[in-house]
Design a protein around this ligand. Structure first.
Ligand SMILES: Nc1ncnc2c1ncn2[C@@H]1O[C@H](COP(=O)(O)OP(=O)(O)OP(=O)(O)O)[C@@H](O)[C@H]1O
Length: 258
């Protein structure tokens, strides 16, 4: 179970960042009073345009960022008070986390298994299972730097799941992948849901979210502007598909900000 209560995250901007973001303000409220929860056996989608605050929210859940305000519990553990327990119970995948280019998928998998305190037998069993699932055997002994984007992503996903965590947080897991590789990832997310894990994914691919997610939360300019099952969101916005629903919400809430 993930429970986010009134999460706010404010970044202090350097002069360079102020110039880059074309703003005179020295702070950026990336996440603004967001509350949401995801349960066991649920696939929750965090949707929003570029810069909406999805990655920031997920990094706070994964204990990589400290919230400015609000609280987050993962499997009952507060992310500020018990960050180690939280890290033990989650898989966190993000584009910013890169596997060391000099090592091989097999080496990285075993290394992270040991970091999690797993014994060799359990690591080998998990590796067999996950490398088979993602078709990694063919390149398990190649250096990461020699792998394609899709191969690297598959290896990163397998490594992130080595310790069989209860909670899976994937930030744009299919970004840059071809449809075959993307499908192997989304199929596995469904397997994780069937196993009773809590799964949160962020994406801006509406068709993917529509097929995959039990519930979605839409974030625009750091604020959660809608939440529900896909049919609920279609009723709420009077639209026929999630992309149209998203545009309706975007028109309404992005104007407010302007
Ligand atoms: N370390 C940082 N310092 C300052 N501002 C930041 C930092 N990280 C993110 N931001 C800003 O916070 C806002 C939210 O960014 P975030 O990466 O959370 O959005 P996102 O929804 O994940 O976007 P995308 O879909 O493009 O990945 C953006 O305006 C971004 O420029």
């Amino acid at each position: 179970m993930i429970e986010i209560s009134n999460l706010t995250k404010i970044y202090k901007l350097s002069k360079k960042q102020m110039r880059e973001q074309k703003t005179k303000k020295s702070i950026k409220k990336a996440v603004d009073n967001v509350s949401l929860s995801a349960k066991k056996g649920e696939l929750y989608g965090l949707l929003g345009p570029n810069g909406a605050g999805k990655t920031t929210t997920l990094r706070c859940v994964a204990t990589l960022l400290r919230p400015t305000d609000g609280a987050i519990k993962v499997c009952g553990n507060d992310t500020i008070k018990y960050p180690e327990k939280v890290r033990e119970s989650i898989a966190f995948l993000t584009n910013e986390i890169k596997l060391d280019p000099q090592f091989t998928p097999k080496y990285m998998f075993n290394f992270f298994g040991k970091l999690h305190g797993m014994d060799d037998k359990t690591i080998n069993e998990r590796r067999e299972l996950l490398f088979k699932q993602f078709g990694i055997f063919d390149f398990q002994d190649k250096k990461i730097e020699e792998l394609s984007t899709g191969m690297k992503q598959k290896a990163s996903i397998a490594v992130s799941l080595v310790h069989d965590p209860e909670v899976v947080i994937f930030d744009e897991p299919t970004n840059g992948l071809d449809i075959v590789t993307a499908r192997s990832v989304t199929d596995y997310l469904k397997v994780l849901r069937e196993q009773g894990k809590v799964v949160i994914v962020s994406t801006h691919i509406m068709s993917e979210a529509e097929k995959l997610c039990d519930r979605v939360g839409i974030i625009i300019n750091g604020k959660k502007v809608a939440e529900g099952t896909i049919p609920e969101l279609l009723v709420q916005t009077g639209t026929k598909d999630l992309e149209d629903a998203f545009f309706e919400l975007y028109k309404e809430y992005n104007q407010e900000e302007a």
